[in-house]
Design a protein around this ligand. Structure first.
Ligand SMILES: Cc1cc2nc3c(=O)[nH]c(=O)nc-3n(C[C@H](O)[C@H](O)[C@H](O)COP(=O)(O)OP(=O)(O)OC[C@H]3O[C@@H](n4cnc5c(N)ncnc54)[C@H](O)[C@@H]3O)c2cc1C
Length: 314
């Protein structure tokens, strides 16, 4: 059976949910193999084996600490070693850039923003702010496909021998910007916005107070997002912005609070599975795409929802 190469950074022994989703999709297309951009630990090789991965390609030595160029060069070399029928990556900014650079090296076509990949490698993606679903297929080289988080149920561990490690000599990296310093961001303890299954997002209507949204997000194990009006006001960091010029998200549940639903906001969240809108204006455009709408003051509605969830759990 032909292999399908999944590019994931396995930094901890347990692959993330996003990685397991890609492996599940790969398993429907062929035999999943992995390319990890740094040497893999024994524990990680065992964990990958339990997820049905036969081989993991790793760089022969640590890659130079440049932005994405070295990872793309390594991925291209791993594709040449593995000869897969397709390559899958996540859909973060970094993953998409790696996909594009690797595809240029391979002479391959790229599809980004995929939400499904069929056995014949035709790819479903949503386009034009989520208003249309399109199906497309790469016609040159090994298809390189970046898949949005929450597009599949993750692969579950079972019995399996550890993945066999294969060292790959990365292709030469041209002169590239070198990272000279890194500083950690203070972690909120919440899931990453792009991968979260639940997002509670606030807009100008929160008037500077994200407290009720954070409370609800924490109860639901979700992330906190925002409209551009809220990030521009400095009420929350820019990385929380959802929309055309922010992150594109596709959670199982998107709770929109105090957001009017401008086209640029919809562009980033319209493919969410279930959209709940809370807005005090019954004519707000967000209600046009909401599965459930509450016309009311978010400062009353969200705490009531949180209270009800707590009551049902106790
Ligand atoms: C090129 C370009 C790119 C852009 N990119 C983005 C983007 O990526 N993401 C994005 O979000 N925007 C983007 N925008 C901006 C976008 O056009 C809107 O201006 C923005 O989304 C509005 O944010 P908002 O809904 O929070 O604010 P508003 O439109 O002001 O809406 C606030 C809403 O809150 C409601 N409200 C007020 N108080 C309460 C309360 N107490 N309880 C409940 N509801 C309440 C009001 O009824 C209103 O509907 C972009 C614009 C441009 C031109």
């Amino acid at each position: 059976m032909a292999s399908v190469l999944v590019f994931v950074d396995i930094s901890s022994a347990e692959p993330t949910r996003a990685a397991r989703e890609l492996l599940a999709i790969a398993g429907t297309l062929g035999e999943p193999v992995v390319a990890c951009p740094h040497p893999v630990s024994d524990e990680a090789a065992e964990a990958l084996g339990r997820l049905g991965v036969a081989e993991v390609f790793e760089p022969a030595a640590e890659l130079p600490d440049v932005l994405v160029a070295a990872k793309a060069a390594f991925l291209a070399a791993a594709v040449e070693a593995a000869q897969p029928r397709a390559v899958l990556l996540g859909n973060s900014f970094e993953d998409r850039e790696i996909a594009a650079r690797a595809a240029i090296r391979l002479g391959s076509g790229v599809v980004t923003d995929a939400v499904a990949v069929a056995p014949d490698l035709s790819v479903t993606k949503s386009v034009l702010a989520g208003a249309y679903t399109s199906t497309c297929r790469v016609r040159s080289g090994v298809p390189v496909i970046t898949v949005k988080a929450n597009s599949a149920e993750p692969a579950e561990p079972a019995d399996g021998a550890p993945a066999v490690r294969r060292a790959v000599e990365p292709q030469p990296v041209p002169a590239a910007a070198r990272v000279t310093e890194r500083s950690g961001r203070i972690s909120s303890g919440r899931p990453d916005l792009a991968e979260a299954r639940v997002i509670v997002a606030g807009g100008r209507g929160v008037d500077g107070d994200f407290g009720p949204l954070e409370e609800l997000a924490d109860l639901l194990g979700g992330a906190v997002g925002a409209s551009r009006a809220a990030t521009d006001a400095g009420w929350i960091e820019h990385s929380a912005q959802v929309g055309q010029t922010g992150k594109t998200v596709s959670p199982q549940l998107y709770i929109s609070a105090g957001i009017s639903g401008a086209i640029q906001q919809k562009a980033g969240m319209q493919t969410s599975k279930v959209i709940v809108a809370v807005n005090k204006d019954a004519d707000a455009p967000v209600f046009e795409i909401a599965d459930f709408g509450v016309v009311g003051d978010l400062f009353k509605v969200l705490p009531q929802a949180a209270e009800e969830i707590r009551k049902r759990r106790s």
